[in-house]
Design a protein around this ligand. Sequence first.
Ligand SMILES: *Cc1c(COP(=O)(O)O)cnc(C)c1O
Length: 430
Amino acid sequence: MNIKTSQQLFDRAQQSIPGGVNSPVRAFKSVGGTPIFMQHAKGAYLYDVDGNEYIDYIASWGPMILGHAYDPVIKAIQDQAVYSTSYGAPTELEIKMAELIKSMAPNVDLIRMVSSGTEACMSAIRVARGYTKRNKIIKFEGCYHGHADSFLVKAGSGVATFNIQNVPGVTSGVSNDTLTCAYNDIVAVERLVAQYKNEIAAIIVEPVAGNMGCILPKLSFLGGLRKICDAENIVLIFDEVMTGFRLAPGGAQQKLGIDADLVTYGKVIGAGMPVGAFGGKKHIMEVVAPLGNVYQAGTLSGNPIAMIAGYTLLSILKKQPNLYTELEEKTIYLKNGLDEVLRASGTAYKINQLGSMISVHFSNHEVTDFASAAEANIDLFKKYFHAMLKRGIYLPPSAFESWFLNNALTKEDLDKTIKATAESLQEILK
Ligand SMILES: *Cc1c(COP(=O)(O)O)cnc(C)c1O
């Protein structure tokens, strides 16, 4: 028998892969039900093994900003693949990639490629520690910076979705060096910085948070962090793994007009290939080996297939900044449509949106940090998620994730999504 359903594949996957998935949020554990196994995708649409089509609002968690199987990227990968998939030696392509990123994010003087967002954030913290000769870092509750030990304290994304308070396997030695505050709470940061004077190496922040739903920064918050870091010689790290190349060619730094010391990238940077990067100001990045002694390495870093994919996508984004205007207009159109049907339904809700990031929280409070995101009606979100899925709309399977729009979405797709929301609310609120 050749027919394979998602249910059959999930049953089989659990025999050989922990929880049947290679990254926890994919498992649908928090929303219930069986994860959907994909067969292929094109543009704004996903096609599963069961024969269903979905309008995609995950975009592979961000990378597919111009849609799936985007022709120029696919062709570039195919052309490059015949030259070998890796050399373990430098290539001109890596220089072109670094130069391109520098031209898009002007405060990046030096940049090192890695293979994931986790690796980028983990390396940026090591650089900040090596540079300042201090050990502690400040991160914010509900922000996610990958799964390196230092970051699994009050983290967002899957850690929040599965309500994991303490991650077994992370030693107290490591977690004691991670201090946390509420997002948008500059007074709490000032207090911590005073309490641990001359001990804090870095403050790492998602400049627009996307791992507790989408949460907007108060401008005074990011500006305040910049001032504190300047005054106390702390390295300000913007984790732009989600926002980089998504909110603007120069990421959140450009969109919000704030200059970080180090910046980390992932997701869009690889166009769906495993790529991350960390970079920033020259005097800090110069501590990285082989220039300095802060060791950091990767057998497949700067991989030619990954580089050509990312380079091709970023080149297009740089040449056509109008793509960002289009994406933002589509997102605002969706927001206004959702707003209308949610208001008509009578349920409590808040929609947070910036650029092509958006999320719906079933709450009557403003959602500005992890505590207010966690107060929302998660149970209603689960029902909404499944009601939408049934109608062919693929949302992130967690209330603690941002939705990502891609520019292949048409007005018709957005209208279908708004209509599906109206129908879903009618079904679940009755
Ligand atoms: C996804 C994400 C990461 C981790 O990236 P991976 O490629 O999954 O390791 C880090 N920071 C932020 C803000 C992210 O959204």
